[in-house]
Design a protein around this ligand. Sequence first.
Ligand code: SF4
Ligand code: SF4
Length: 65
Amino acid sequence: MKQLFFDKIAYDRQVCDFCGTCVGVCPQDAIELTEADFTITERCTLCKNCVRVCPLRALEFIDER
Ligand code: SF4
Ligand code: SF4
């Protein structure tokens, strides 16, 4: 099941391999990742860096409709 953060960023645990790439590119240090848990904290500014770099597309940005 996907997790949704701030109604904008969807995270798919089934797809993620915990590579940590998203954590490394977050300018706000907002992503907290362990093998048991993935969280985006309120420091997130929705810059989309993490969505762009995820090699497995486990992160998706939900655009305004
Ligand atoms: S970059 Fe993608 S696959 Fe890697 S830890 Fe982040 S969400 Fe998971
Ligand atoms: S959208 Fe930007 S600020 Fe938010 S978690 Fe991703 S990289 Fe960090």
